[in-house]
Design a protein around this ligand. Structure first.
Ligand code: VGL
Ligand code: ZN
Length: 197
């Protein structure tokens, strides 16, 4: 098994105080950073995660995904505008990735012109879709963390299962928009075949 870490939408707009702040996001990012620091300190980061992928919600004009009257299920306040400060990664995560060799890091953007909850709807800077990229690097398993459990983490993990990857959800490294939905998402992912760790 060759595992990639998928850090989903660890962006400032999804951090407490951001345009679409999610309670618990900062704590989740800290735990991811601690996990990475520990693996690095013990010299096993590159074996454990030969590839680390960050996804970013990257909206230019996402249609009804943005709304002045959001329902917080299918429509949302303006968030993660491409190129804006709120669309940047939270510095807790960018700092944690600073010492990872650039060839081991992949940055995925998604959602330019429509809602795209799953990282598998995204692509790297040269336009290569995430699944193709992972296959090309020999990745067979993914560990998923980030924001939001009940939306982009959910969609990304379900797509990863469908694409044939072994999937683990790092359940102390995620945060939900709606905690109740977060809990039911974890059950749904378990039933879909993901391992909850
Ligand atoms: C997300 C709501 C809107 C997410 C993205 O990253 O889970 N949620 N856009
Ligand atoms: Zn969005």
């Amino acid at each position: 098994m060759v595992t990639a870490l998928l850090i989903v939408d660890a962006q400032l707009d999804f951090t407490e105080g951001g345009a679409l702040g999610v309670d618990g996001a900062t704590a989740a990012f800290r735990r991811t950073a601690e996990m990475l620091a520990q693996a690095q300190g013990e010299g096993r980061l590159l074996q454990e995660y030969p590839l680390i992928v960050t996804t970013q919600d990257w909206h230019v004009d996402p249609g009804s995904h943005w709304s002045e009257h959001p329902d917080y299920l299918a429509s949302w306040p303006v968030h993660c505008r491409a190129g804006s400060p709120g669309a940047e990664l939270n510095p807790i995560i960018s700092a944690a990735l600073r010492t990872v060799p650039p060839e081991r890091l992949v940055r995925i953007t998604k959602g330019e012109h429509e809602a795209a909850y799953s990282g598998f709807e995204g692509h790297d800077a040269s336009g290569t879709p995430l699944a193709e990229l992972l296959h090309g690097r020999g990745i067979t398993a993914v560990d998923v963390c980030g924001i939001a459990t009940d939306h982009c983490v959910r969609a990304t993990a379900l797509d990863a299962v469908s694409a044939g990857f072994s999937v683990r959800l790092l359940s102390d490294q995620v945060a939900a928009v709606d905690p109740g939905r977060g809990q039911s998402t974890i059950q749904e992912l378990r039933e879909a075949g993901a391992l909850i760790v």
